[in-house]
Design a protein around this ligand. Structure first.
Ligand code: ATP
Length: 412
């Protein structure tokens, strides 16, 4: 493991220094600490690591305070679980410091009761064997692997295995996690763990809050293999459990999640994913699913607008650019782009890249200077000028002035 920890292509040297600093300071406080979770899994797979999760046998908040005193930075403590986030000085890096704990689930799907404990107990509270490997930090044993649940063997076999038979009953969000790892690493869930995705576990999943389920779906949409992963969610019978009207996620949409940044629209992979997913639903079903998944108003609006626009396309075919523009102007750009991706209707792209920016040279101030009183006619005249530009009636400023004078004389 030492070799992996010292490989700069997997772990940048600043992160390694941070880990040594934590380890040294923990030793002075007679606390043992360990790197755990995703970073250990990814290091063993030879993948670069992101987040650092450090388990402390002792008081993680006390260690965090000492780290800030010694090295600077900022600490955000969470007293309920005795954890803390240490934000490093002059950096965007942070470390999760977690007091080793034991968890007892008294009710399926509810949050567990937690008591401080040892690293072994902490590994046993985790989701899968591949996520339950620890690496000792500090002292003579720096870099030593603790693998009581045989996670390394499962990493080698490419399998995801729950730690005990009631794992998905305790926390059905682990079902989504298993599927996510399966897609990301091309692993497979072992049959005994697949068997745990049974009607009893799905019933607990059904009782989860919209927020918890949406969070898991968000994380799947973030994945490179999101579409394939969603297919697996569907094939395991999970969509119906979330909401009876949840459609399947089409494989063709995978490429659409990678936004074309040249269009000058703020990219948002998750919003794009939900729009594609729910665009063909009725208005009623869009609202019902948005409520179930606890969407923000903004996300609901984006999905609703995409569905609405897709339905209205038949009425817009052959319309003039000005008609397209006025029909599209109130809709979120990303919704329009999503509908373009699935329909390839060129007018939508023209609106996004050209038409929405078309404005006449004449302004309200110009009209005032020409003696016109502000009122509804202001808007009408400016709209007529804009439509003329959009529909190719005008091609230069002189022509616009001529049309303006014509409009003013007819409007007077
Ligand atoms: P990713 O690369 O997807 O972020 P990760 O393993 O870092 O994977 P986190 O969600 O950051 O995932 O969780 C960190 C660790 O906490 C996991 O590796 C796992 O050991 C544990 N964990 C997270 N969620 C659960 C859960 N629902 N049940 C049990 N253990 C969990």
């Amino acid at each position: 493991m030492l070799r992996l920890l010292r490989d700069p292509s997997l772990i940048p040297s600043e992160k390694l220094t941070t880990l040594s600093n934590i380890a040294n300071l923990a030793e002075t406080l007679s606390m043992s600490c360990y790197l755990v979770g995703g970073s250990v899994r990814d290091l063993l797979l030879g993948r670069p690591i992101n987040d650092l999760d450090v388990i402390v046998e002792g008081d993680a908040i006390a260690l965090g305070k000492k780290l800030v005193e010694t090295y600077g930075g900022k600490l955000t403590p969470h007293f309920k679980f005795n954890t803390a986030i240490w934000y490093l000085p002059e950096s965007t890096d942070f470390v999760d410091l977690i007091t080793a704990r034991k968890e007892v689930y008294e009710k399926p799907g509810a949050l567990p009761n937690v008591t401080p404990s040892t690293i072994e107990d902490d590994l046993r509270r985790r989701d899968f064997t591949i996520n339950a490997i620890a690496v000792r930090l500090g002292g003579e044993g720096f870099g030593e692997i603790l693998d009581p649940l045989k996670g390394q063997a499962d990493l080698g076999r490419g399998v995801i295995r729950a730690l005990h038979p009631k794992s998905f009953l305790d926390d059905p969000t682990r079902i989504f996690r298993a599927i996510r790892y399966e897609g990301r690493y091309s692993f497979s869930i072992v049959p005994s763990t697949v068997d745990q995705i049974n009607p009893e576990a799905l019933k607990v999943l059904h009782s989860l809050s919209g927020e918890r389920i949406r969070h898991e779906l968000d994380l799947i949409l973030d994945e490179g293999h999101a579409a394939l992963t969603m297919l697996r969610v569907a094939s395991l019978g999970i969509l119906d459990v979330i909401h009876p009207k949840m459609p399947e996620f089409a494989q063709d949409w995978a490429e659409y999640l990678e936004m074309d940044m040249q269009l000058d629209i703020p990219a948002d992979r998750r919003t794009m994913g939900y729009m594609l997913w729910f665009m063909d639903l009725s208005e009623e079903d869009v609202i019902s699913i948005s409520n179930r998944l606890d969407f923000t108003n903004e996300l609901t609006l984006s999905v609703w607008a995409a569905a609405q626009l897709k339905r209205s396309l038949v009425h817009l075919f052959g319309a003039k650019p000005s008609e397209w523009t006025y029909a599209l102007e109130k809709l979120p750009l990303l919704s329009i782009y999503a509908v373009y991706l699935v329909s390839r209707e060129n007018a939508l792209l023209s609106y996004i890249s050209i038409w929405r920016h078309v404005k006449p040279h004449t302004t309200g101030d110009d009209l005032k200077k020409l003696g016109l009183q502000p009122g509804p006619r202001f808007g009408e005249i400016l709209l007529s000028l804009r439509s003329a530009w959009l529909d190719g009636v005008l091609s230069n400023k002189t022509e616009e002035e001529e049309l303006l004078h014509k409009l003013l004389s007819t409007h007077l």
